[in-house]
Design a protein around this ligand. Sequence first.
Ligand code: OGA
Ligand code: NI
Length: 343
Amino acid sequence: MRVQSIAQAGKSEVPPQYIQPPSDRPNNDAGGKSGGGVDVPVIDLGEDSVREAVGRACRDWGAFQVTNHGVPIRLLDDMRKVGLSFFNECPMKDKLMYACSPDSAAAEGYGSKMLVDSDENHGVLDWRDYFDHHTLPLSRRNPSNWPHYPPNYREVVSQFSDEMNVLAQKLLGIISESLGLPSSSLKDAVGEFYQNITVSYYPPCPQPDLTLGLQSHSDFGALTLLIQDQVPGLEVLKDSHWYPVQPLPEAIVVLVSDQTEIITNGNYRSAVHRAVTNSTGARLSVATFHDPSKTRNISPAAEIVCQSSPARYREVNYGDYMSRWYTKGPEGKRNVDSLLIDP
Ligand code: OGA
Ligand code: NI
């Protein structure tokens, strides 16, 4: 069952599978709603002090927004527009032609979280539908698997993929330099990018206090770039408070992900984040994940480990890391903690 169909039925209560346990509900912030005055940093990539600002944001938040990023704003708008058109204007029976196979992990296509048998204890569902695209390397990109509607959908996603790739490389360079490393360090450790783009659609929800659009997690790859529409919903955890990421139409959200935490030996931590729902309007986001190949082994960078401290994380094969994540599910924990040598 698609969340959009449930929402459109117009009931005043959500089905029980969507109700979060009290500890995970949006208002159950460990220390009350976000601590006053501070906000996820917004960094102008054109500024001279960009390395210091990025370094500080990675250390303190694992998340920041960037402006002056070089990606045409029109492309960000087009990406949001085609994503929204698919969800809003395609009849459900057309959307279902793209339904992704529920039993293969990270399959391309239209989906929603489903309950699997082993899930009794963690079987709460997200109030979200999505469309996942395999975009890079080019050998994985097959636009004929993507929506035919609107007519420019595939062209926009292809262009968006290429622009996000360029920006992700640039950011890994800045992040490397912010640690005093050569700009190619992180990129060399990650290797060729495996890029996926997920368009998430969060329908209005009659009980936003009981549900989550997307449960708390950290992303398992190297770097996630995310754009959202004008509807708030994304939140980042810092010092046991949840902070909303303000929608800024020209900005791109950067989330440090698990492999970057490993490579930087924990100097930079992956951002724990989630999406909350609201009762008034649908929300759209587009997340672009940049991951290593499944055959890649990831470990703390030699330069960092020698310079200062011993390795804090075990080496891991990225394919193994990913399959562990998919079979267990995030369960609100940081998967990367399982690699800590001395937890
Ligand atoms: C994700 C994610 C947040 C959002 O897709 O991994 O965290 O705001 N999305 O949609
Ligand atoms: Ni995420």
